[in-house]
Design a protein around this ligand. Structure first.
Ligand SMILES: [Zn+2]
Length: 446
């Protein structure tokens, strides 16, 4: 800002303390007599932000449905929907901080942004790009990249994790709408007893007794998941954006105490809404949004006393689209190149152990968790060397030799010879067979 930048985007992972950072910035600005606005995405986040402001000792007013306004304070905390409706009544602030700033492309957001043209804008987000992977350069001139997941984990601010991908779903034919999978189509793929059953089985195997949050595709889906967990003897509860506040708070409180082990939701816990004591995340909603993926796994990475490792169960192949939570990511205001988005995009280099289902960087030849030796796939050799044809020819030669070596009788050799289109397969088979017998007689193993 000292250099003249008026719009700055700050990115750092979920759990890096963005709310506290925001509170500190607002406090400092307000103490200098600047009118400030903090814009949040959801009504639920008003209460949470208010708590952070209270801790920081900030005096503030709230612009949100259900709260009476008090404009006497330098800092105003606003939900985007309410602010958009009352825009004419709210005078232009000196500083606006945008929570979850990747939403700026939405019209209600960009209308507010455009109206406050002379304000300083600071955007805060864990994933500085739009849902479709496009950048936020339209709104911000500078990008500040905070510490990475790896750094925060090393420093103890985030919990180490293990990601398992014990199953995947077939998304063939699923359409994309607004940059992500079509919700109804997705729901019909994931809302199945077999998939939930698989999730329960692996929950029991890998994190029985630990508090897990499940991310579902729809309210109906989430309710079905909860039914099945309860039927399996694992106490579970469902919450969504429509759940009455007291009921939701009760569920979260019970989860915190461990009376409920599995808390299932659709989107509410993804964005900013803090649930303490999460030890595991169960992903049952496939998404093309790196933002959703990072927010969901980010929930499980918050450390607390007695937790040594988070478990992430990815049953829907989100790892294949987004890589691992602590992969290094190159952010820019221009967004990611097209090829780096979506299924198997560049930069995703993850291997799932076929034995224990744990995910790890693809460079390893042995599972770092269970010691399983990975088979080398021809495709990987090709990718490494780039000498496609030569390697394919070599693989073909090897396979031919193996096939020939496995043939036990002259008849089998004859079949091979014929399949290979030899001129006289019978004679060829005879020579190969005789040759073997002679070797055997001389004591050479064949
Ligand atoms: Zn393994």
């Amino acid at each position: 800002m000292a250099q003249g930048c008026k719009s700055i985007l700050y990115t750092a992972p979920t759990g890096s303390g963005k709310t506290l950072l925001t509170a500190h910035m607002l406090h400092t600005a307000a103490s200098k007599g600047m009118r400030c606005l903090f814009v949040v995405h959801r009504r639920e986040l008003i209460k949470q932000s208010a708590q952070a402001f209270d801790l920081e000792g900030i005096k503030y007013g709230i612009i949100s449905a259900g709260f009476s306004e008090d404009r006497s304070h330098w800092v105003q905390l606003a939900s985007v929907q309410t602010l958009a409706r009352r825009l004419a009544r709210v005078s232009e602030p000196r500083l606006i901080v945008w929570d979850e700033a990747h939403h700026l492309a939405a019209s209600s957001w960009s209308d507010i942004f455009a109206r406050y043209g002379t304000s300083y804008h600071i955007g805060i987000t864990a994933t500085p790009e739009r849902l479709d992977g496009k950048g936020l350069g339209t709104y911000f001139s500078n990008l500040i990249v905070g510490p990475t997941v790896q750094t925060l984990t090393k420093q103890g601010y985030l919990s180490p994790y293990k990601l398992y991908a014990p199953s995947n779903v077939d998304l063939t034919g699923i359409h994309t709408r607004m940059g992500d999978y079509e919700k109804r189509e997705i729901n019909s793929v994931v809302d199945r007893p077999s998939i939930t059953g698989n999730a329960i089985e692996h929950y029991k195997r890998l994190c029985e007794g630990r508090r897990a949050v499940v991310f579902c595709a729809s309210i109906q889906h989430s309710k079905h998941v909860v039914e099945q967990f309860n039927a399996a003897g694992i106490p579970a509860a469902h919450v969504d954006g429509e759940t009455p506040e007291d009921e939701r708070d009760r569920a979260i409180e019970n989860f915190k105490k461990g009376n409920i082990q599995v808390l299932s939701n659709v989107e509410i816990f993804g964005e900013g809404f803090d649930v303490p004591a999460i030890e595991a995340a169960i992903l049952l909603r496939p998404t093309q949004s790196l933002g959703y993926f990072m927010q969901q796994v980010g929930r499980a990475l918050r450390p607390f006393e007695g937790k040594n490792q988070a478990i992430i169960l990815d049953h829907v192949g989100n790892w294949s689209r987004h890589g691992l939570p602590d992969d290094d990511r190159e952010w820019s205001l221009e967004g990611r190149p097209q090829r780096a988005r979506g299924e198997g995009g560049a930069g995703v280099s993850v291997r799932i152990c076929p034995k224990c289902f744990a995910a790890m960087p693809s460079g390893l030849s042995v599972c770092k968790y269970c010691g399983e030796v990975f088979p080398v796939k021809p495709r990987e050799i090709i990718e490494k060397d780039g000498q496609l044809l030569e390697i394919q020819a070599e693989i073909a030669r090897k396979m031919v030799r193996r096939q020939q070596g496995m043939a036990q009788s002259m008849q089998e050799l004859f079949e091979i010879g014929r399949a290979r289109g030899y001129k006289n397969p019978r004679a060829w088979a005879y020579f190969v067979f005789k040759g073997r017998q002679q070797k055997r007689n001389r004591g050479i193993a064949v």
